[in-house]
Design a protein around this ligand. Structure first.
Ligand code: ZN
Length: 120
């Protein structure tokens, strides 16, 4: 009695397929971000991650100060109550990472794809 595939073969194939399907999630690409999208109540703007800079943006309850240094970004100061989260999350540098100051309605998104794909 001969089957074309043994049970073991099927298990191997399914495992390989599963790994193939899920590997993007298991092994996220560690891509250095090249741009930082800053969303505020008034709209969005992009900053280059390739240039060190300190930028102030106007949030719902006051200024939020964003710092970019050596390819990393953080919320340096924010006029939200007690700077929750900003210290916890600290610096972000990988594409796909994000920071937010919720009371101030400021969201920072890092992108490795340049500005266009994010801004559309
Ligand atoms: Zn905040």
């Amino acid at each position: 009695m001969s089957r074309r595939y043994s049970f073991a073969d099927v298990v191997v194939v399914i495992s390989l397929l599963a790994i193939g399907i899920y590997s993007p999630f298991l092994l996220p690409k560690a891509t250095d971000a090249t741009s930082l999208v800053v969303r505020t109540p008034d709209g969005a703007q992009s900053l280059s991650m390739l240039r060190d800079q300190v930028v102030e943006v106007e949030g719902k309850s006051g200024l939020t100060v964003i710092e970019v240094e050596s390819g990393k970004a953080r919320i340096l100061r924010s006029s939200c109550p007690n700077n929750h989260r900003h210290e916890i999350e600290g610096w972000i540098s990988q594409a796909g990472a994000a920071l937010a100051c919720v009371p101030n309605q400021i969201v920072l998104d890092l992108s490795g794809d340049g500005f266009d794909s994010v801004m559309r």
